[in-house]
Design a protein around this ligand. Structure first.
Ligand SMILES: CC(C)=CCNc1ncnc2c1ncn2[C@@H]1O[C@H](COP(=O)(O)O)[C@@H](O)[C@H]1O
Ligand SMILES: [Zn+2]
Length: 347
């Protein structure tokens, strides 16, 4: 590893946008493939390598394969444990994982046991002393419509109340070209009213002005991507004004947007627009397994593409602490950690 890479690796980081099944590493994938050789799935079918790009539709096909490999409580526990340890190894000090509870009739997996398996993995890692604070967001797949969204919110509320602060909110994700946010508003409103935080994938593809306007009126606590919100990308000034007025942080996933072809090149990424506005932006991975990246690499890419100094990179990672869903006490603990690490890293 060169000196430059060492800096990004050592940088303490906050990861706020990581889909569990998209974050499965090559090593873990090997384990899963060995558990289910009859599926005839190979590692290269579940990842998009260096220099490769795929359409969004092709990317979503990848998740179908991964879901076949991860279909028991034991699998969920394995992937959650491995993903948490990998983020910790990358010096991520606080992680909000998100995942869509799935039921699998063949294996007896239920949506409830799915969430329980993730929570057990988080608790086990804590017990084992893995140096990372992990929380969970329950994901709504927009494709599944109104009723499933409502059920998901109920499940999330139950766990918010029983998990000792581990379940903090809701994620809205899934193929952005399928379904409409309008149908999901009642569930999202219910979530907000019962105290769940909202992180919503929004304007990930073009021509979703109406949907983005509806969702922004909630308003969400954070935005996933927001690629097409601003006027230069076919969005609108009122949308930008709304995001700025409510100071809603953007979760920025550079490699994901390039490999999924929603952004033509790193230098044309909308991070530039929002960063120049001074708006809160948090660098994230989205799906580190599928896109073959990690959070250190994403910080390094942001720095090299947008000419950020080490001080600016430090500030970017420190400011991410302000955007977490956990409460004030956790923020203070993290700020303390950043303060302790700074002198050793920034001369
Ligand atoms: C395809 C592509 C470019 C991905 C990046 N952009 C994404 N946009 C919307 N939803 C996503 C994205 N990446 C992952 N997800 C969601 O996360 C799920 C996988 O993680 P999990 O099973 O929820 O644990 C996918 O099925 C999908 O619902
Ligand atoms: Zn995402």
């Amino acid at each position: 590893m060169d000196d430059d890479s060492v800096f990004y690796k050592k940088l303490p980081k906050v990861e706020l946008h990581a889909h569990l099944n998209g974050s499965v590493s090559a090593q873990t994938m090997e384990k899963l493939i060995q558990r289910k050789p009859h599926l005839n799935i190979e590692r290269n079918m579940t990842a998009i390598g260096k220099g490769q790009r795929r359409s969004l539709d092709e990317c979503f096909e990848v998740f179908k394969l991964i879901h076949k490999l991860v279909d028991t409580e034991e699998d969920i526990h394995t992937v959650a444990t491995d993903v948490i340890k990998e983020f910790a190894d990358d010096n991520v000090k606080y992680l909000e994982l998100r995942s869509t509870p799935r039921e699998e009739k063949g294996t007896g997996l239920t949506k409830k046991s799915y969430v329980e398996a993730v929570i057990k993995a988080i608790q086990q890692c804590k017990y084992d002393g893995v140096d990372i604070d992990v929380r969970f967001l329950v994901a709504i797949d927009r494709r599944n419509g109104t009723e499933v969204a409502m059920e998901t919110v109920k499940l999330a509320e139950e766990f918010m109340l029983s998990s000792g602060g581990l379940v903090l909110g809701i994620d809205l994700s899934g193929d952005p070209k399928v379904g409409h946010g309008r149908c999901l508003l009642p569930a999202l409103e219910k979530a907000r009213n019962c105290g769940l935080k909202l992180s919503l994938h929004m304007s990930e593809v073009s021509s979703q002005l109406e949907e983005s306007e509806l969702l922004l009126n909630l308003p969400p606590d954070r935005i996933g991507h927001g690629t097409f919100l601003h006027p230069e990308m076919g969005g609108s000034q009122p949308l930008v004004d709304q995001v700025v007025k409510h100071n809603i942080p953007l979760e920025i996933c550079l490699t994901s947007n390039i490999k999924g072809k929603t952004v033509p090149s790193y230098s044309q990424h909308h991070f530039r627009y929002w960063y120049q506005l001074g708006h809160p932006c948090v660098i994230c991975t989205d799906d580190k397994g599928v896109f073959c990246t990690d959070l250190s690499q994403e910080y390094q890419l942001a720095a090299s593409t947008f000419s950020l100094s080490p001080d600016a990179v430090w500030e970017l990672s420190e400011r991410a602490v302000d955007c977490i869903f956990a409460g004030e006490a956790v923020k203070q603990q993290l700020k303390q950690k950043w303060t302790e690490i700074k002198p050793g890293l920034l001369k």
